[in-house]
Design a protein around this ligand. Structure first.
Ligand SMILES: NC(=O)c1ccc[n+]([C@@H]2O[C@H](COP(=O)([O-])OP(=O)(O)OC[C@H]3O[C@@H](n4cnc5c(N)ncnc54)[C@H](O)[C@@H]3O)[C@@H](O)[C@H]2O)c1
Length: 357
């Protein structure tokens, strides 16, 4: 019997984040008693297992033309494998997207471009009955990101979740287009479940509330996945979303640096190092260092399953445009940055129907 709560999603970029999202959903389907690792078991009655992929786009010759259930395991994908989980065929063939700036030479070392003719994205989205498009293509693929945003928002009139740092939800043009086409938008760039940005923001907030002046800080991240190979070569927009996510919280200017290193043997396991210099009582020096190790793509997927359900709820209520509370709590670069606890309260108000967006 058809699931009336089914949330039909299309995905651009069948990389590690897509693998972790789809295999993670299967993990919860096959282990219905296990709720560990979920921010919310239900959002307005929607469970993560209500999410169903109905269309997918990539440009990798090994993925295009294959069922999505197989494509998620094609190299260079290497996300954490959920023990014992098997993903059954979806009946969704990965379509050839427009390459544009998605596969520059430093990525083409890992990703063989398919020679197939690009599909008509709008047509595929319409035929699939997708309610929203999730954008997981490589950082700095600005042209391709806009091609997908145009196709979803302006062409097929469906919702859009921007998982990467190109400014879409933060761009007034797309904000207006979303209202005009009566669809909702969340973004930009996922703030992972317990990732570098969430931790750095929490530490910075702690300095503020305890009256310790934060003088200068850096965050170094390394992993062995393709995302990191890309960030080393062209990480400009990621540096920006990461730094602004922290400095925008501070009531005074703070010097912040971010760094990315590609360490192949680490595969999808990411390390973040936080380094902060501060001035304590009477300007006495204070220094803090912390380290996080996490499965990078699973950390992303835990937030994506939230964004998808909030976007569906907005559509159920006929709400269009940027979902401010979900973007502020779950994205690194929302149109408006607010402290996480305030964003969390606003998001609860949104779910309770006390706030429009
Ligand atoms: N924790 C995280 O992993 C995390 C957190 C926040 C944001 N992000 C962002 O999510 C995005 C995806 O990350 P990932 O680790 O899955 O990267 P990935 O490199 O593993 O996957 C990207 C996929 O996009 C495909 N692609 C390239 N150009 C394309 C195009 N024009 N059309 C369709 N597909 C195209 C590639 O072939 C690949 O399959 C990145 O921009 C990353 O910065 C990731």
């Amino acid at each position: 019997m058809a699931n009336p709560k089914e949330i039909r999603v299309a995905i651009a970029g069948v990389g590690n984040c897509c693998q972790a999202l789809l295999e993670g959903i299967e993990y919860y389907r096959q282990n219905p008693q296990d709720m560990r690792g979920l921010m919310n078991v239900e959002i307005a009655g929607y469970r993560v297992t209500d999410i169903r992929p109905v269309a997918a786009f990539d440009i990798n010759a090994g993925k295009v033309g294959h069922d999505l259930s197989e494509a998620i395991y094609v190299a260079p994908n290497m996300a954490y494998r959920y023990p014992g989980v098997k993903v059954a065929p979806y009946g969704v063939t990965v379509q050839m997207g427009p390459v544009l700036d998605g596969n520059p030479p430093h990525l083409a070392e890992f990703v063989p471009s398919s020679q197939q003719k690009p599909c008509d994205i709008v047509d595929v989205l319409k035929q699939s009955g997708a309610e929203m498009l999730l954008n997981f293509i490589p950082t700095e693929s600005h042209q391709a990101a806009r091609a997908y945003a145009d196709a979803a928002i302006k062409g097929a009139s469906i919702g859009f979740i921007n998982g990467m740092p190109t400014l879409i939800a933060s761009d007034p043009e797309y904000q207006r287009a979303a209202i005009e086409h009566r669809v909702a938008l969340i973004g930009d760039d996922v703030k992972s479940q317990l990732g570098g940005t969430a931790i750095h923001r929490a530490l910075a907030t702690l300095f503020c509330t305890r009256g310790v002046r934060l003088l200068q800080t850096y965050q170094i991240n390394y992993a062995g996945n393709t995302d990191f190979a890309n960030l080393v070569a062209r990480g400009k927009s990621k540096h920006k979303t990461k730094q602004e996510a922290v400095t925008s919280l501070m009531p005074y200017p703070v010097i912040m640096s971010t760094g990315f290193t590609h360490v192949p043997l680490m595969k999808d396991r990411k390390t973040s190092i936080f380094w902060i210099d501060g001035a304590n009582f009477g300007n006495a020096p204070l220094h803090l260092e912390a380290k996080l190790e996490v499965e990078d793509s699973a950390n992303f997927a835990g937030v994506m399953v939230e964004m998808i359900r909030y976007l569906r709820l907005a559509h159920d209520r006929g709400v269009s445009g940027v979902l401010d509370s979900a973007s502020a709590f779950l994205a690194k670069h929302p149109p408006t940055q607010i402290p996480d606890m305030q964003a969390w309260e606003q998001l609860k108000e949104f779910v309770a129907g006390k706030r429009e967006r």
